[in-house]
Write a protein that binds this ligand. Structure first.
Ligand code: COA
Length: 227
């Protein structure tokens, strides 16, 4: 199986693939390899966040983006930006947010990334699970959602293991999901995940959500320019 790195890949897939965990029940405990710990954001962490996300995603996701897009986001709370540390050093992060156009009872996992040199130990799984625990601890969330690209196979493998299930935003994503499961060697889950029979999100919901998101992101960016 091809294990090409996903770090630094920037291909845009719109709309992204979407996965939902319909409930926050039955969350397994979080287990970490020795030497790693999880903790919430502390002031000053933004530099390390920028470095990690630059490597995981692209140079766009840097310190500046933490200040303009993450910290002022209505979903931001320090305890919702989870840092994974090796000793004292942050080596990964994920956000357990709320999201424009998505019901407030639905937690949204955002910006999951682990430094390449620490990958291969299931740390992405631990961080995603930490987000789910965060949602459950807050008490107001009933389910969780996230969006991703079809080439992010390590992340998708973790999400499927954690009980996330594909949601079809557009009809053509059915084919994408078939390809993803094939590349992951998980064709045996095709039927259980209902890929061939999943309903497709209505155009109305899709356009309302997309408009909410773009309007909000534009507003965040505009307020940053004005500051
Ligand atoms: C997502 C991320 C944190 C996962 O890191 P990780 O927890 O170390 O993940 P791993 O490298 O252990 O891979 C997880 C699983 O996917 C498998 N996998 C990895 N690359 C694969 C590939 N190209 N094809 C098939 N399977 C693959 C691994 O073998 C592993 O399976 P296993 O647990 O059965 O052994 C990391 O890849 C990352 O930071 N990526 C860049 C940012 C990103 O894509 N974020 C997700 C945003 S939605």
């Amino acid at each position: 199986m091809n294990r090409e790195s996903v770090h630094g890949r920037t291909e845009i897939e719109f709309p992204q693939l979407e996965l939902c965990r319909p409930s926050l029940d039955d969350l397994p405990p979080i287990s970490l390899p020795p030497g790693y710990t999880l903790r919430p954001y502390r002031p000053g962490d933004e530099v390390a966040w920028g470095e990690m996300m630059t490597q995981a995603f692209s140079p766009y996701w840097n310190l500046q983006r933490f200040r303009t897009l993450l910290k002022p986001h209505f979903g931001f709370r320090p305890e919702r930006v989870i840092f994974l540390c090796s000793g004292e050093r942050p080596v990964g992060s994920a956000c357990a947010f709320t999201w424009p156009g998505i019901a407030t009872s639905v937690g949204f996992i955002h910006m999951l990334g682990v430094l390449r040199s620490h990958c291969g130990q299931g740390l992405g799984h631990a961080l995603s699970l930490a987000c789910l625990h965060r949602f459950r601890e807050e008490g107001t969330f009933q389910s969780a959602l996230l969006q991703t690209e079809s080439f992010r196979l390590p992340a998708i493998k973790h999400y499927l293991r954690l009980g996330f299930r594909p949601v079809l935003v557009r009809g053509w994503q059915r084919k994408k999901w078939l390809q993803v499961l094939e590349r992951l060697g998980m064709q045996d889950r095709l039927e259980e995940l209902g890929i061939n029979t999943l309903p497709v999100m209505s155009d109305f919901t899709f356009y309302c959500r997309t408009m909410s998101l773009f309007t909000y992101l534009f507003w965040l960016q505009a307020t940053a320019w004005l500051r």
